[in-house]
Each structure stands twice: as C-alpha cells, then as structure tokens.
Design a protein around this ligand. Sequence first.
Ligand SMILES: Cc1cc2nc3c(=O)[nH]c(=O)nc-3n(C[C@H](O)[C@H](O)[C@H](O)COP(=O)(O)OP(=O)(O)OC[C@H]3O[C@@H](n4cnc5c(N)ncnc54)[C@H](O)[C@@H]3O)c2cc1C
Length: 448
Amino acid sequence: MPRKIVIVGAHAAGVDAASAARKTDRSAEITLISKEKHVGYSRCGLPFVIGGHIANFNDLIVFPQSFYQMMKLNLKTETTVTSINPANKTVEVATKAGATETIPYDSLILTTGAYSFIPPIKGKEKQGVYSLRTLEDGQQIDKAIRDGAKNAAVIGAGLIGLETAIALKERGLNTTVVELLPQVLPVMLDKEMAKIVHAMLTEKGLKILIGKGLDEILGTDKVTSISVAGEQIPADIVVVATGVRASTGLATKAGITTGETHAIKTNARMKTNIEDIYAAGDCAESINIVTKKPACPQLGTVAVRHGKVAGINAAGGYALFTGVLGSAVTQLFDTQIGVTGLTEFFAKREGINTVTGTITSKTRADYYPGAKPIKVKIVVEKESQRIIGAQIIGGEEATQRINALSFGIQKQMTIRELAKADTAYAPPLCETWEPMVLAAEMVLMKLR
Ligand SMILES: Cc1cc2nc3c(=O)[nH]c(=O)nc-3n(C[C@H](O)[C@H](O)[C@H](O)COP(=O)(O)OP(=O)(O)OC[C@H]3O[C@@H](n4cnc5c(N)ncnc54)[C@H](O)[C@@H]3O)c2cc1C
C-alpha cells in the first residue's frame, strides 16, 4: 500500500514539503489541500506588483498546475480542512460548494501559515481598509488605486508595512506611515540604524509618524481619513500591517500543542506532540540558534526549510531542522537593508552582555563610478567574543553579506576570526577592505 501523505496548506511550506516528500518516497500518494483559489504563489512579491515593478499578480505564481502534475501531487483548492481525527488518522474537508469528505493519512503535515492581525481599531470595518496577505488583498488594493485613490495610510512600519507604503508612493499616492513604537523596522534594526532608514524614507517623500498610535479610522461607510494623536490625516486607502498570527485553530482543536510563541510546538524533525503529525512554516515554532529559545520569525525562507524537513520525515526519511536566526533582507526605494541574529536591543533584552562595531564604507572602490555607501553593524557576545547578530544598510550586496554573517553565526565564528577573513577585491565590486571585516576591527578595538 502506498504511504498516504496529506498536507494542509499549499504555499511556501506546503509545496516544499510535498516536493521533498515526493523525492523521498516516489510511490507515496500526496494530497495538498488549500482554502485558497490561488496556490503556490509568492506573497513576498505582492508589494512589488502594487508598486508596478511586476506586471501582473499572476506572475507571482511560482508553482503552476504543470508542477503538481509532474510531481504527481493531488491538489485540492478552495477546500478547507475542518477537523483532524488523530485516532482514526483522517481529516475532514469541506469544499467551497459545501461537499464534505473524509481523507485518510499515514502522515499529516500542517502548513496552515499565518493571517494578518488587525488590532481592534475603531473604524476598521470601513470600506477602503485592507491588509496585505493574499493575492486577492493585493488585487483589491490595486483596484482602489486604479479607482482614483489619492491618499494612503499604512499602519505599522515593519518590513511589510514599509514595502507596501513605498509601493503606494510609487503609484503616486500621498502616503503616511504610522508606527506605535519609537522607530521604523523595530524587529530588524537598532534605533540608530533605523534613524538612517527613517531619514531616507522621509527624503523620498513618505510621511512617517513614529511613537504614535492610531486613534480611529474616520469616514461614513468609506474611509476618508485617519486620526493620529489628534491629527487628522487624509486617507482613501488604509493598509493595516501590524503583524501576523500563526493559524493554529485546526491544530489545537485536535490536541496539538502550541508553544510560547503561540505557534505549533515542534521538535527538530518538525514533529508535533501527536504521532505522525508534522507542522512547518508560519504556523510552526522552532529554536533560535543564538538564544536556544523558541522562535517563530514567519519568513518565507524559514517556511521552505521547515517544509523540506517535514516532507522528508513524513515520507519516511530522516532530516533535522537546525534553527533560525531571523535573517531577513528588504529593499526600500534603492536602499538595501538586512539583518541576521540578534539586534543589540534584543540581545540586551535576553540579558546578553554585548560589544558592537559599526562602520560606514563604500560598496566599490572609492574612485569607481557608482560606489554606494554601506553601513555594517556587528553585535558580539562580550564573554565568548562570538558574533550573535548583524545589520546592514547599503546600496549593494546586502543579501550576500547578511548570508555570510549568518553562516558565521551558525558556525559560532568569533569576531577575531571575522577580522582575519580572507576576502576578495576588485574595484567595480567592492573595497579592498571588506566592510564586514572593518566592522569586526571596530569591535576588536573596543574589546582591547
Ligand atoms: C506582503 C508580504 C511580503 C513578504 N515578504 C517576505 C520576504 O521578503 N521574505 C521572506 O522571507 N518572507 C516574506 N514574507 C513572509 C512569507 O510570505 C511567509 O513566511 C510565507 O508565505 C509562509 O508560508 P507558509 O506556507 O508557512 O504559510 P502561508 O503562506 O500563510 O500559507 C498557508 C496556507 O494554508 C491555508 N490554510 C490555512 N488553514 C487551512 C485549512 N484549515 N484548510 C485548508 N487550507 C488552509 C491558507 O489559506 C494558506 O493558503 C512576506 C509576506 C507577506 C504577506
């Protein structure tokens, strides 16, 4: 009898889990079930379609129908898994048309993802208030712009909020960003690094209000403005980007345990507390490599790595997930921003004694046309001298530097080792002294 693998959700984690399961067990019957009409698309690309960098929302579909056929995956869309029966090893599903079915499994993988969290803001039900999670959300925002919206407000200055605000600005809307915390990108950057980004965004024409809460969304049926600390700001569109929450209702109803991050608790094989049920992606918790504590960074990169491990294990193979550092990058206008590991702020909050080094350099030889400024900050644990975090703001190659520093943290590299790194150089590509090495030198100076 072929092994029956059922996967709930068919996005980053679900599709990668299915792909890994198929490669592990060529004869398994693999079924992917998704509530959504569109599956296997990149949520990460949504702001860039709104901003006009990508022509069409359908261009974001990474896995077309032919992929599921080629991989012999049974895909059910617009179908909701309504319950799990771990004793019988079955799931109940309901189609959009109302038909129900009981599907048996040998292994079940939950990749139910996350949903946009909208706080209880007065007026949030008004027409013109959106969040950005699904392709349909993107299409609605795009339609509102095409229908003549002139002013926009984005609530939340995290990665998704700022990418969306820029997209709205690029489409010609006067855009205001409201952030309750005292800085932009509060999860990614320390305060002094965030100030640089804030100044750049303001210079490019975004109005940014930090340390201020939204009082109310105003208008009759349709939004016309927002009120922030008593100030009325015009808005035909309001995008609420105040974070996401793991979708765990289906799991908890079946007795699956959630952890301190409120996501599904998993072990290193992405197994839940119930035999033969795995969880992966935005709905699943894993361990932070530096703090060794549960973490749930809800990133696409983590979702695909989780999915691969869950898929291999669910298909009878053996794979371990090694943990997360929350490595993330973004490009805001033409500035690249990246983070890996802990910021100085979060390290201190964890009770870690830190030393930091920050350097401003150039991305190419000084004399080479097009050289852009780059700022690198490295956070080091004082006692062990190990690198535990890094932040980069710059014009070029932020991703590769963040990735290199992420490898360093994973391999428990010390700051002395980074300062002696054997780096490459050519005038159009970088400076003779690699900025990461210069930042390491700054830390060593402080340690001396
Ligand atoms: C605008 C935006 C930009 C982003 N940018 C980046 C980026 O630049 N880099 C990065 O790393 N990450 C980024 N992310 C995050 C990334 O998109 C997510 O981490 C990733 O989508 C998580 O994948 P997932 O498969 O775990 O969950 P999801 O993508 O949430 O998919 C879960 C699926 O399961 C379905 N589902 C849930 N419950 C059921 C049920 N009971 N029955 C059937 N189906 C169900 C849901 O409808 C959904 O389709 C971004 C996210 C957004 C919204």
